[in-house]
Design a protein around this ligand. Structure first.
Ligand SMILES: [Zn+2]
Length: 242
C-alpha cells in the first residue's frame, strides 16, 4: 500500500525576508525511519536519500535568503539593507525547491549559514546549521569537512552556552553542556570535554533530564579512558626528527 507514496511532499513556505510564497520539499515522517543515533545526536535513516537533513534549510527562489524553521522572523532595519545588498541584489535565482542531491543540500546549508550570519541569528541557530552540515559530511566519510564544521558548531554552542541564547528553544543547559562535551571529545580536546561532562553530571537540577545525564556519565568515563590512552601513546611514541 505504501510503496507508491512519494517520501517527499511540498511544503508551502513564506520567505521571512521578502514574504514571497514558495514550496520546498520535506520528508514524510514515515519515510524517514531512524535506525541509529550517534552520541552527538547525529541520526542515521533507513534511506539516507530521504534524510530530513537534506531538506532542513529552505531557500527563497526570489531573494536567495536561506533559513530554517528556527530562524526568528524579524529583521533589524540596518540588517534588512545589508541582506538586500549582500544576498538579494546578487541572487541568480537558483531553485532548491525539488529533490536535493547531497551537493545541493550542502549549498543550502552554506547559504543558510551566510544568511544567519548576516542576520546575526542566535548562536544556537548557527550551531544547528553547522552541526547538521558536519553530519552530512560524516555520512560521506569526509573527515576533513566533518571536523571543520564540527569545530564551527562547537564554537557556536559554546557561545550560546555562555550567553544563554538557547533559552526559549528546545535546548537546555544540560543538553547543550552535554553536546559541547561530546564535540570536544570527538575533537580530542580531552580536558575541555571532561570539564563539560563534569558540569552536566554534577548539575543541581539534573533530575529533570536523567537520560542526558546518564549518557553524559558514560561519555565522561569514556573520555577519561581515551585521555589516559592518548597520554600513554604520547609517552611511548618515538621522538621525532633526531
Ligand atoms: Zn525571499
Amino acid at each position: 500500500m505504501t510503496t507508491n507514496i512519494d517520501p517527499l511532499y511540498d511544503k508551502r513556505i513564506k520567505c521571512i525576508y521578502c514574504s514571497h510564497d514558495f514550496t520546498t520539499k520535506k520528508v514524510r515522517s514515515r519515510a524517514s525511519k531512524s535506525i541509529s543515533v550517534d552520541e552527538d545526536y547525529c541520526t542515521y535513516f533507513q534511506d539516507e536519500k530521504n534524510s530530513p537533513y537534506l531538506y532542513y534549510v529552505s531557500v527563497c527562489p526570489k531573494c536567495g535568503f536561506a533559513f530554517s524553521e528556527q530562524f526568528a522572523p524579524y529583521f533589524r532595519d540596518d540588517i534588512r539593507v545589508l541582506i538586500h545588498n549582500k544576498i538579494m541584489s546578487k541572487w541568480q535565482g537558483l531553485d532548491f525547491s525539488g529533490k536535493r542531491s547531497l551537493a545541493q543540500a550542502v549549498s543550502t546549508y552554506k547559504l543558510g549559514i551566510y544568511s544567519a550570519t548576516l542576520k546575526q541569528e542566535k548562536h544556537i541557530i548557527l550551531a544547528g546549521l553547522y552541526i547538521r552540515l558536519c553530519w552530512l559530511y560524516r555520512k560521506e566519510k569526509n573527515k576533513e569537512q566533518e571536523e571543520r564544521f564540527m569545530r564551527l558548531a562547537l564554537s557556536e554552542y559554546e557561545q550560546s552556552y555562555m550567553n544563554g541564547d538557547y533559552e526559549s528553544t528546545e535546548m537546555t543547559e544540560i543538553r547543550i553542556g552535554y553536546i559541547i562535551g561530546e564535540l570536544h571529545r570527538r575533537l580530542k580536546n580531552y580536558k575541555e570535554s571532561i570539564q563539560y561532562f563534569n558540569r552536566v553530571v554534577t548539575q543541581q537540577n539534573k533530575s529533570i533530564e536523567p537520560g542526558t545525564v546518564k549518557v553524559a556519565r558514560e561519555q565522561w568515563y569514556k573520555v577519561r579512558e581515551e585521555a589516559k590512552e592518548y597520554a600513554k601513546q604520547q609517552l611511548e611514541a618515538p621522538p621525532e626528527d633526531i
